[in-house]
Design a protein around this ligand. Structure first.
Ligand code: ADP
Length: 636
C-alpha cells in the first residue's frame, strides 16, 4: 500500500470540467467502452513522449524499464488497473493537465453535447477531454504517477468525479510512469472481465505501437502495417487501421499505400474518408498526418506533410531518412522533410487523377464530399497543373445540377474560334437560366461554367488562364467576339430594322437614359448580347465582377465603386414602345420611370440593389396603371 508522505490537499475541478463530469457521471451511454481507448491512447502518448526525450538524449530515470502498457483487474473487487512506463506527471503537470480543460475545443464539445444531444462517447475523443470519460464507468479513480525527471516526487491523485480531487506526495518508491486504478461502478463490472477487456482492446487499440499486456499476455498487433508490402495487407486490415486512426466507424473511401526508396526513403499509408470531417468546423486543429521516423512516432497530426487543401486525408508517413531526434519545431525547415512532404502531396494528387480518369462516378462522389476543401488549393502554384485538372464545375452543358465537367472537357467542346473559357456566377442553376448575360451564349451554343460557390470565383481569378485560354466572366465578355461565332438557335422572327431617322431618335433616347441615370452608370449603350431581356449591366472588360465586388466589401476591403455600362436591347418590344413615346414627347415621365425600373431590376439581378423600396413602389404604381388599361382593352 502506498504510504502518503504529505497531507493530502483538496482541489476543486474547474467549472467547465465539473459541467462535463456532471454529464458523464449521470448519463447512460451506449458505447462507454471507449473510456479504455482514451486511457490506452494517453498511455501510448506518454510512452511516445518518453521515447522522444530519450532519443534526444535527455536524462531519464528508470532508463531500463520496458516501454509497455499493462492492464490488470480484480474481478471480485471490481477494480481495473492501467499502468504505463511513460513520461509520468509532476505535481504541477497533474494539476494543470487533469483538472482543467486546456484545449480550445472543450467549450464546443460541451455545446455539442447539450445542444445536439449527442452521445458523449461518440465524440469525446475528438476534443482532447478523453481522460474524463473514465467517469462513465468509475466511482473512484486513483492515479499514481512519477515523472521521468530526476528528483520529482511520486504523486497520488484521487477523485470520485463529483467536484473535488485530492493530491498528495507519495513516500513509497514507485517506478517511472503512471498507474490508473479504477474502482468500477456496479453497472460497469464487465470491465473487470478478461474476455470483455480483450475484445475492447482489440476493437480500438490494436494498432498501438507499444505492447499492451492484459494480465501479462500481449493482446495487440504492434506492427507497422504501413511498412509492410502492399500485397501482404488485406482490405480488412487497412479498414481496421483506418478506423483506429480516424475514429470513423465506416470503411475508408479510398486507400493510398505507397513506398518510395529514392532519392529519399519513406512509406505512406493514407486514406480518404467517405465523409468530410464535420468536427473540423469546431476544431480546426483536427487534421494532419502522423509522422514516424524509423517506426517511432515523432508527431501526431503533423500539419505540414500535406497542404491544407488536402487536409481531409488521414494517415501516417514514416521515413528512414530523418533523424530520430529531429525537433518538431524545426521540421518545417528541414530539407528532407520538405522533400517528403512535396512527394506525398504529389502522390495524393496523382492518385486523385487516376480515380478521375478510371472511375468518374467515384470521383464525383469524392468531389461532392471533399471538393469544398480541395478548392482551397488555388494557391498551390507548384502543383497548379494537377490541381486545375482535378477541378470540377457544373456547366450549361451539364444535364442537371449534379453533372460535373472538368476544364479539359470544356476545352474539348469549345467552338472553332473560341479563345476564352466563360463562366457565370449565380446562386443556382435555375437562377442562371434567367441571367440576361447568358442569352448570347445560349444563342451561339457556347458552353458556360456555372459557379455557385463564392470560393469558385477566387479559384478562377487566381488561375486567370487554363492552357492557352483566358478565363472570362460572362459579365465582362466582349459581345463582338461572340457575335462573330455561328449561331445554333434559329434566329427569332427578325424584328424590323430601325430606319435611319428612327436610329437617330434611338441614339437620343440612349442619351436621355444616360441623363436620367447620371453618374450611376458609365454609359448607356445599345446591346448586342441580349436576345430575350430588355437590358442588363455589364462591367468594362477588365472590371471586377459584381459578386467579387460584394465579397470585397464584405471583408471590408477598400474598393472603389466601379461604374458599369447599362446595355439596352434595341429589338425588345419595351424599348420599341419607349421609342414611340420618346418621339412624341421626349420629356414624358414614363421614360424616366421605365429607365429607373430597368436599371434597378438589373441591379437586383446581380445582387447589388441596396434598397428595394423604391423599385417595389414604382412597380406597384405601374401595375396599377396597366391594370386600368388591361380592363379597358379587354372590355371587362
Ligand atoms: P488529451 O489526451 O487529448 O490531451 P486527456 O484529457 O485525455 O486529453 O488528457 C489530458 C492530459 O493529461 C494529457 O494531455 C497528458 O498531458 C496528461 N495525461 C493523461 N494520461 C496520462 C498518462 N498516462 N501519462 C502521462 N500523462 C498523462
Amino acid at each position: 500500500m502506498a504510504t502518503v508522505k504529505t497531507k493530502s490537499k483538496k482541489f476543486h475541478f474547474k467549472a467547465e470540467v465539473k459541467q462535463l463530469l456532471d454529464i458523464l457521471v449521470h448519463s447512460l451511454y451506449t458505447s462507454r467502452d471507449i473510456f479504455l481507448r482514451e486511457l490506452i491512447s494517453n498511455s501510448s502518448d506518454a510512452l511516445d513522449k518518453l521515447r522522444f526525450e530519450s532519443n534526444k538524449g535527455t536524462k531519464i530515470i528508470d532508463n531500463k524499464l520496458p516501454l509497455e502498457i499493462k492492464i490488470t483487474f480484480d474481478e471480485k473487487k471490481k477494480i481495473l488497473i492501467i499502468e504505463d512506463s511513460g513520461i509520468g506527471m509532476t505535481k504541477d503537470e497533474i494539476i494543470s493537465d487533469i483538472g482543467t480543460i486546456a484545449k480550445s475545443g472543450s467549450a464546443e464539445f460541451l455545446k455539442q453535447l447539450t445542444e445536439t444531444k449527442q452521445d458523449a462517447s461518440n465524440i469525446i475523443g475528438k476534443f482532447g477531454v478523453g481522460f474524463y470519460s473514465i467517469f462513465m464507468v468509475a466511482k473512484e479513480v486513483i492515479i499514481k504517477t512519477k515523472s521521468y525527471k530526476k528528483d520529482e516526487p511520486a504523486i497520488m491523485w484521487k477523485s470520485d468525479g463529483l467536484g473535488d480531487y485530492e493530491i498528495s506526495e507519495l513516500d513509497e518508491k514507485i517506478k517511472r510512469g503512471t498507474t490508473i486504478e479504477i474502482h468500477l461502478k456496479d453497472d460497469a463490472e464487465e470491465f473487470a472481465e478478461k474476455y470483455r477487456l480483450e475484445s475492447v482492446i482489440k476493437k480500438y487499440s490494436n494498432f498501438i505501437q507499444f505492447p499492451i499486456l492484459l494480465e501479462k499476455e500481449k493482446v495487440n498487433t504492434v506492427s507497422a502495417i504501413w511498412r509492410e508490402p502492399k500485397s501482404s495487407v488485406t482490405k480488412e486490415q487497412y479498414a481496421e487501421f483506418y478506423k483506429y486512426l480516424s475514429l470513423d466507424s465506416e470503411e475508408p473511401f479510398e486507400t493510398i499505400h505507397t513506398s518510395v526508396d529514392a532519392p529519399i526513403q519513406f512509406s505512406a499509408l493514407l486514406f480518404i474518408p467517405k465523409k468530410s470531417n464535420e468536427w473540423f468546423k469546431y476544431n480546426r486543429e483536427d487534421y494532419g498526418l502522423d509522422l514516424y521516423v524509423k517506426r517511432v512516432l515523432i508527431q501526431h497530426k503533423n500539419k505540414d506533410l500535406l497542404p491544407e487543401y488536402l487536409s481531409f486525408i488521414v494517415g501516417v508517413v514514416d521515413s528512414e531518412d530523418l533523424p530520430l531526434n529531429i525537433s518538431r519545431e524545426t521540421l518545417q525547415e528541414d530539407i528532407i522533410f520538405n522533400k517528403i512532404s512535396s512527394s506525398v502531396t504529389s502522390q495524393v494528387l496523382s492518385y486523385l487523377q487516376k480515380i478521375a480518369k478510371d472511375d468518374k462516378g467515384q470521383y464525383v462522389k469524392f468531389w461532392k464530399e471533399h471538393g469544398q476543401i480541395f478548392k482551397l488549393g488555388y494557391m498551390d502554384f507548384t502543383n497548379a497543373e494537377k490541381y486545375t485538372g482535378l477541378l470540377r464545375f457544373n456547366s450549361s452543358s451539364s444535364k442537371d445540377a449534379d453533372e460535373l465537367v472538368s476544364l479539359d472537357e470544356y476545352v474539348e467542346r469549345m467552338k472553332k474560334d473560341q479563345k476564352e473559357i466563360y463562366y457565370a456566377l449565380g446562386p443556382s442553376r435555375d437562377a442562371l437560366a434567367f441571367d440576361p448575360h447568358l442569352e448570347i451564349f445560349k444563342s451561339k451554343g457556347i458552353e458556360v461554367l456555372y459557379l455557385y460557390d463564392p470560393i469558385d470565383e477566387f479559384v478562377i481569378s487566381a488561375l486567370g488562364k487554363y492552357k492557352d485560354f483566358d478565363l472570362k466572366s460572362v459579365e465582362n465578355a466582349d459581345p463582338n467576339k461572340l457575335e462573330q461565332m455561328e449561331s445554333v438557335e434559329e434566329k427569332k422572327e427578325e424584328t424590323k430594322k430601325l430606319n435611319s431617322d428612327d436610329q437617330l431618335h434611338f441614339d437620343s433616347l440612349l442619351a436621355k437614359m444616360k441623363e436620367i441615370l447620371g453618374d450611376r452608370v458609365e454609359d448607356v449603350k445599345e446591346s448586342n448580347r441580349l436576345t430575350g431581356s430588355p437590358s442588363c449591366l455589364v462591367a468594362k472588360e477588365e472590371g471586377m465582377s459584381a459578386s467579387m465586388l460584394k465579397m470585397m466589401k464584405m471583408v471590408n476591403q477598400q474598393v472603389s465603386e466601379q461604374k458599369k455600362i447599362f446595355e439596352v436591347n434595341k429589338d425588345h418590344k419595351l424599348l420599341r414602345n419607349l421609342l414611340t413615346v420618346f418621339k412624341k414627347s421626349s420629356a414624358d415621365d414614363y421614360i424616366k420611370n421605365v429607365t429607373e425600373q430597368l436599371y434597378e431590376s438589373a441591379l437586383l439581378l446581380e445582387g447589388s440593389l441596396d434598397d428595394p423600396h423604391k423599385l417595389v413602389n414604382r412597380l406597384n404604381k405601374m401595375l396599377e396603371e396597366s391594370s386600368g388599361w388591361y380592363v379597358e382593352v379587354k372590355k371587362y
